[in-house]
Design a protein around this ligand. Structure first.
Ligand code: ADP
Ligand code: ZN
Ligand code: MG
Length: 486
């Protein structure tokens, strides 16, 4: 972004709740079942059918509201949000409007505006010879999704960069995952995110005109789409034009933003209270049950990693905001490992440092628990490094073997001859001697007291032993020969 402007971003997130049945009827939720096999008069919107609120969905909604530190409404109500579309058989969506389940709150650095309950629409499937989504020949409707319980989370416009938006959504996703209220799978649509974006001259307090990017269905697209939109808006303002309030679609393929509708075309939803549902009253019992069901949340977990285990803030976030990495780390801790300097417990920092190396080899989105590398074997490898039984380079090599074939790091190191050279090892002493004869001028300089000339000699040894020696030990051996301390 060019100097002089700052960006402002607010997110609206829809979360499909992982209940057994739909929001207002007894139809089971399903993924991938044959179309229109989970329907009934209620979710098909047949005349005279009456909705009944799903208690489990309310429980999950309360858990989310509490986890986000919001104020739970003791009495909230449902409205009809009217619009006509083929995926909405009733002609309206039941949603909460002026009195949501939860108002206010905060997650990390971002304030929450509200959290409310609603139902999902059915799914339109566009088919045709062309295979194109837009302008296809025929559209059909699968009502299985219609009536799925949703929670909508709306943030205040507190985010100020595409990276921060992505990072924060990662935290929200981890939080929802820890709560166990949803699959939170962006590709499958159980977590969907719209981004509201505006820019303003730096330092200005009033907000610029915003646009809304619909349905960013991955973290990467969210970041890219928001970045593209910020650039577009800065370009407009820089050229003396103004931003038009509109809804946009980001096409990740072309990187282009195309308008879906402008403010003038915005729906008038004619909200009115749903006459078929009584107000939702959250009793003390319901609140206590929701509170009691809250696990340790990722933000708290990150704090614990920092304060109790001594991890750096960034590493703590990296592990805690991805539940599967945090879990893997804790299993490594439980498995034991290297001894911390002062005491008998494993050194958490050393253990944590190896997880990104593992993830890098597995692919950035992989769950290491599903790999061949058990937390116990990785902890054992880290222990070998800490005990100097193996060098860093060799340990990286062993890790690659573990990823490919699993097994025990000690056995692999022995089999591949990757154990550390050092201590009483004659091989290492011999290599050191060879290094000195191979580079007499460096040796001479070290003898003359120029410590920095030792670099090429250490490099020679490390090269010859393929990184199996400990650099500090090699340095010590060379100095012992060339510059023995008096
Ligand atoms: P609307 O009435 O268009 O739905 P809201 O005021 O309800 O707009 O806000 C919807 C979302 O847009 C919220 O997440 C809010 O934080 C965000 N938002 C509102 N105004 C701006 C703005 N000027 N720039 C960026 N985001 C904004
Ligand atoms: Zn139904
Ligand atoms: Mg909405």
């Amino acid at each position: 972004m060019s100097i002089g402007y700052e960006s402002v971003i607010g997110l609206e997130i829809h979360v499909q709740l992982g209940t057994r049945t739909k929001m207002f009827c007894g139809c089971e939720l399903s993924f991938g079942d044959p179309p229109n096999t989970h329907t009934c008069p209620v979710c098909l919107g047949l005349p005279g059918a009456l909705p009944v609120l799903n208690a489990r969905a309310v429980h999950f909604g309360l858990m989310i509201g509490l986890a986000l530190d919001g104020e739970i409404a003791t009495r909230s109500i449902f409205h009809r949000k009217n619009y006509f579309y083929p995926d909405l058989p009733k002609g309206y969506q039941i949603s909460q409007y002026d009195v949501p389940l939860c108002a206010g709150g905060r997650l990390g650095d971002v304030r929450i505006h509200r959290v409310h309950l609603e139902e999902d629409a059915a799914k339109l499937v566009h088919v045709g010879q062309s295979g194109r989504i837009h302008g296809s020949d025929r559209s059909v409707v699968d009502f299985n999704r219609g009536g799925t319980p949703l929670v909508e989370i709306v943030t205040e416009p507190d985010l100020c960069s595409p990276e921060q938006a992505r990072e924060w959504l990662t935290l929200l996703r981890a939080t929802l995952k820890a709560l166990g209220v949803s699959d939170v799978n962006m590709e499958e649509g159980s977590l969907r995110c719209d981004a509201n974006v505006s820019v303003r001259p730096a330092g200005r307090t009033e907000l610029g005109t915003k646009t809304e990017l619909k349905n960013m269905n991955s973290f990467r697209y969210l970041e890219r789409g928001v970045r593209a939109e910020i650039e577009r808006q800065v370009g407009l303002l820089g050229a003396g034009e103004s931003v038009v309030q509109q809804t946009l679609h980001f096409d990740p393929g072309s990187g282009r933003l195309t308008p879906l509708r402008s403010k003038e075309e915005a729906h008038d939803y004619r909200y009115f209270p749903e006459p078929d549902l009584v107000p939702l009253v959250a009793t003390e019992e319901m609140l206590a049950a929701a509170r009691g069901a809250l696990p340790e949340l990722p933000a708290r977990r990150a704090e614990r990693f920092v304060h109790d285990l001594g991890l750096g803030g960034e590493r703590a976030h990296e592990l805690a905001f991805r539940t599967e990495l945090g879990d893997y780390f804790e299993r490594m801790l439980a498995a034991g490992g290297p001894q911390a300097a002062g005491g008998g417990s494993p050194d958490p920092v050393a253990l944590a440092n190896w997880i990104p190396q593992l993830v890098e080899r597995l692919g950035s989105d992989a769950d290491p628990a599903r790999s061949r590398v058990t937390p116990e074997s990785l902890a054992a490898l880290v222990a070998m490094v800490s005990a100097r039984e193996i060098s860093h380079d060799a340990a990286r090599e062993v890790l690659s073997r573990l990823v490919a074939e699993g097994g025990d790091p000690g056995t692999i190191a022995e089999r591949e001859g990757l154990g550390a050279l050092g201590g009483q090892d004659d091989g290492l002493a011999e290599l050191v001697a060879r290094a000195i004869t191979s580079d007499p001028s460096a040796a001479e300089q070290v003898r003359a007291g120029n410590r920095r000339a030792i670099g090429p000699l250490v490099g020679y040894v490390m090269r010859e032993c393929k990184g199996r020696a400990d650099g500090g030990e090699v340095t010590r051996l060379i100095l012992e020969l060339l510059a023995p301390s008096p």
